[in-house]
Write a protein that binds this ligand. Structure first.
Ligand code: HEC
Length: 137
């Protein structure tokens, strides 16, 4: 089979499978599920708050909270945006790593590191309710 037709067919079959499974996708969760998810989320936020206020995250005993108490001036709702320190459009995680490397003289975290996810969750939670404004300065 021609490769292009082969992959188009694979995509079509994939879409078919998704559509067939679609009925099982719609918002099926219980109150217990929701409570468990909320609890797990709040646990991660609490871990993020701990990291935020910890002088051990970097190498120079400086904590994120010293310059950003309660995540002040972090503006997660404006990402992705152009950040002049890096010279391109970046995500919040990349900006977190910039501060981790510079003011905290630490090692950058992998984007899927549980610590990175916790810090992102904490920062976002502190800004709950603020309208998204990607790209804004
Ligand atoms: C010594 C002070 C200092 C410390 C400590 C510090 N930051 Fe920052 N942070 C800054 C400065 C300065 C900026 C740049 C402001 C800008 O360009 O918008 C900034 C910007 C940011 C931004 C982007 C803000 C925006 O408006 O886009 C984030 C997110 C951020 N810091 C997270 C962190 C995290 C996470 C830590 C701890 C790992 C941390 N900061 C520690 C000074 C600090």
């Amino acid at each position: 089979m021609n490769r292009r037709i082969g992959s188009a067919l694979a995509v079509a079959v994939g879409i078919g499978a998704v559509t067939a499974a679609g009925s099982g996708w719609a918002d099926e969760f219980t109150k217990q599920d929701q409570e468990r998810w909320e609890k797990e989320y709040q646990t991660v936020v609490a871990k993020g708050r701990e990291l935020w206020t910890s002088p051990k995250l970097g190498t120079n005993n400086v904590a994120c909270a010293q310059c950003h108490p309660n995540a002040a001036n972090t503006h997660p709702e404006t990402y992705p945006k152009f950040q002049k320190q890096i010279g391109k459009v970046i995500t919040l995680a990349e900006m977190i790593n910039w501060c981790l490397r510079n003011p905290l003289q630490g090692k950058p975290l992998a984007l899927d590191d549980p610590k990175m996810i916790a810090i992102e969750a904490y920062v976002a939670e502190e800004r709950r309710g603020v309208a998204l404004a990607p790209g804004k300065h």
